[in-house]
Design a protein around this ligand. Structure first.
Ligand code: NI
Length: 384
């Protein structure tokens, strides 16, 4: 078991996490959270602390000798969910909850910063601790931090996410794709309203939009290489006000998830083709608003191996688990456009635990210790 994290530090990290959990803030509103992080970092030795955006914090630790630059990242925002855990440190803010574990991410990176600040003499190079706002809400805080220059000169970037459905004590470091590009779309199919008993005098947009929805399913099943992957989900379909009225229009919306940029592009082009072709065939019209969200997170093989080796060294071979890529999105990808890196999972529960983004989501706080140990060992190895 790792000796990098003292029992005292582990308790302190749990305390930070509970404070943040009780005081969650939504994306772009992390005013008190960022103040707490800034103050806590200020109590460690030798950190230069900056505020690249109003609700983010970046701390720099310069090693004793020159060398490479490593960025470590945690996200800090909560979700618009009413907490139902009944925990003694449950959210004190109505309708806002740390239901994805970002409170834990922040506590882990604070813990790593504390340990590493105390071992500055062992470091060649520079560490940058990125406490990022607004991961949950596109366009996301990562892009803003990159624009503010936090990745300038960075050679490698590493981030982590707790995973309530993976056993506590385990670490997963995928090689290659690990989180999908997450795009959203809204659309409208317009016909002509009328009396439901006289469809021939109207142009029913419901039947046309229904054809659009079923044809969209052909994009993944018939145009994407079956070995690759993509998701097209239509999640909104709104029309009509009465049983005897054909509506004027149908509102649609949904999401597209891909890993490969070429598949992402071809799915988007295919969607436009299907909307155009189906509506034209029936004399209807459409509008389609397609918004690109976060890019896919693709782990660099060498960076993934560095993190995996750190995890094996601190937690043992048995801690390593195989993890599949997820179709969820993560704005960590914005950093990967500037430098290679790796994003790893920290097991924080068990297989039938409550999933993330749920009102009863919880983590096993023993996970914090694992996450801190992997961050610290990765930094010590990379800046040796
Ligand atoms: Ni999250």
């Amino acid at each position: 078991m790792s000796t990098l994290v003292s029992p005292e530090l582990e308790q302190q990290a749990i305390g930070w996490r509970r404070h943040l959990h009780a005081n969650p803030e939504l994306s772009f509103e992390e005013v008190e959270t960022s103040r707490f992080v800034e103050e806590t970092l200020g109590s460690f030795d030798g950190l230069e602390i900056g505020r690249p955006t109003p609700t983010s914090v970046v701390a720099t630790l310069r090693g004793a000798r020159p060398g490479r630059v490593l960025a470590l990242r945690a996200d800090m925002d909560a979700l618009p969910i009413q907490e139902e855990t009944g925990l003694e440190f449950a959210s004190t803010r109505a309708g806002v909850m740390h239901a994805c574990g970002h409170d834990g991410h922040t506590a882990m990176l604070l813990g790593a910063a504390k340990v590493l600040a105390g071992r500055r003499d062992e470091l060649a190079g520079e560490l940058r601790f990125l406490f990022q706002h607004a991961e949950e809400t596109p366009p996301g805080g990562a892009r803003e931090l990159v624009a503010a220059g936090v990745m300038d000169g960075v050679d490698l970037v590493v981030g982590a996410h707790l995973a309530s459905l993976k056993p506590v004590g385990t670490i997963g470091v995928p090689v290659g794709p690990m989180a999908a590009a997450a795009d959203i779309f809204t659309a409208e199919v317009r016909g002509e309203g009328g009396h439901a008993a006289a469809p021939h005098k109207a142009l029913d947009p419901v039947v046309v939009a229904a054809q659009v929805v079923t044809n969209l399913q052909h994009l993944v099943s018939r145009t994407v290489d079956p070995i690759a992957s993509a998701v097209v989900s239509v999640t909104l379909f709104h029309a009509g006000t009465a049983g005897n009225v054909i509506p004027e229009a149908v509102q649609l919306g949904g999401t597209v998830r891909t890993f490969d940029p070429e598949i992402r592009r071809s799915v988007r082009v295919g969607m436009e083709r299907i909307f155009r072709g189906i509506t034209e065939a029936h004399g209807a019209t459409f509008t389609l608003d397609y918004q690109e969200g976060y890019n896919a997170v693709v782990n660099d093989p060498a960076a993934a191996e560095l993190v995996a080796a750190a995890a094996r060294a601190e937690l043992g071979d048995a801690a390593m688990i195989e993890v599949e890529p997820i179709m969820g999105g993560e704005d960590f990808s914005a950093y990967l456009e500037k430098a290679p890196g790796a994003f790893f999972w920290v097991g924080a529960g068990h297989e039938d635990a409550i999933p993330h983004h749920h009102p009863r989501f919880t983590i096993d706080e023993a996970a914090l210790r694992s996450g801190i140990a992997v961050f610290v060992r990765t930094a010590l190895d990379y800046l040796a």
